[in-house]
Design a protein around this ligand. Structure first.
Ligand code: SAM
Ligand code: SF4
Length: 333
């Protein structure tokens, strides 16, 4: 076992892993996927055992928080075994196991997730209008998602709603979403759309700066900044009138890289040291080669040496190619 902490060339300690377990999804959110997405052949995707080995290597090297993501993590067959295995590391290196989900399968899995040791889930929901939901996700699944939200709260999971702000689409849904969520004891985080992967629409048309959203919300509510930071790109405020917490993830309008504590591993075992960069290191080759344990740790060392100082997003040019060609569904949001 290798117990050296993961510290990059800029002195940042990596304690947070976002692990994508599939590139597949049962929705087709317009900003995330093309309608006719082609998914990866099974052999390219890490097996559940390989995913567990990757997670274990990170835990051994000081990662104490793991977020399972995708694609849609809950459409991966037998994914509950992975949650159970990783859940067994809670209190043994791991402090938090969590997931980001579109909630379509949550009614089915909420109780098992709780049993496995999950305490909090992030649920992505961009509108509560049935027709708009169907247009955005290209699937008529809002009632299924809302049943998932209910189930999560019923079993006692703490829920945070993630909402991507989209110009001329869900702008007017933002305040009602916050009222609804805060009324049910759920925090909300607003996300700026990021230039990841080629999709049909020009992303410039979707970009709604959160500075503008925040100004609008401030005409309605008192937003008190909170000290709480997570080492990620979110900033938080308390909405005094609702008593709830509101986060803003603004990768394009803010610089948050200095405190970065995270890396991402795709479902094919590529470790991306930065969401906004193409640099990656192949953990799958290490896992499937000779001496996988040693190779895995060497790959992690290389990754630390290569973690860039900051991201390279730029969305200010209409029609510009995405800074990063891969889709969010492949990297894991
Ligand atoms: N399927 C799960 C879900 O939707 O929660 C997990 C994966 S999804 C890729 C993770 C998060 O990334 C979601 O909140 C989604 O809204 C967000 N996302 C996807 N593409 C994005 C983009 N281009 N810009 C900003 N956020 C994006
Ligand atoms: Fe699926 Fe999540 Fe992407 Fe929507 S954002 S298409 S739910 S992976």
């Amino acid at each position: 076992m290798n117990d050296r902490a993961l510290i990059d060339a800029f002195g940042r300690k990596i304690t947070y892993l976002r692990l994508s377990v599939t590139d597949r999804c049962d929705l087709r959110c317009a900003y995330c996927m093309a309608e006719d997405m082609t998914f990866l052949p099974k052999r390219e995707v890490l097996s559940l055992e390989e995913l567990e080995s990757v997670a274990a290597a990170f835990i051994d090297r000081g990662v104490n928080k793991i977020r399972i993501t995708g694609g849609e993590p809950l459409v991966r067959r037998n994914v509950m075994t992975l949650f159970e295995r990783l859940g067994a590391r809670l209190g043994d290196g791991l402090e938090e196991l969590t997931l980001t989900t579109n909630a379509t399968q949550l009614a089915k899995y909420a109780a098992d997730l709780k049993l496995a040791g999950v305490r909090r889930v992030n649920i992505s929901l961009d509108t509560r209008d049935e027709d708009k939901f169907a247009r955005l996700t290209r699937r008529r699944a809002l009632s299924q998602v809302l049943a998932g939200v209910d189930a999560a709260q019923d079993v006692g999971l703490k829920v945070k709603i993630n909402m991507v702000a989209l110009k001329d689409f869900n702008q007017n849904d933002i305040a009602p979403m916050i009222e609804w969520a805060h009324g049910r004891g759920m925090d909300v985080t607003l996300i700026e759309v990021m230039p990841l992967g080629e999709i049909e629409e020009d992303r410039f048309d979707q970009y709604l700066p959160l500075t503008q959203v925040r100004d609008d919300l401030e005409t309605r509510w008192t937003l008190t900044p909170m000290a709480q930071r997570t080492g990620g790109p979110a900033r938080y405020v308390r909405v005094e009138e609702t008593g709830g917490v509101l986060g803003f993830i603004t990768p394009l309008t803010n610089n948050f890289c200095a405190g970065c504590n995270r890396v991402r591993v795709t479902c094919t075992g590529q470790i991306y040291m930065c969401l906004g960069r193409e640099d990656r290191i192949d953990l799958r080759a290490a896992l499937r080669g000779d001496e996988p344990d040693r190779a895995l740790h060497e790959a992690l060392d290389r990754a630390m040496r290569g973690k860039p100082e900051r991201h390279a997003f730029d969305i200010d040019a209409p029609g510009a190619a995405p800074a990063v060609a891969r889709h969010m569904s492949a990297t894991g949001g």
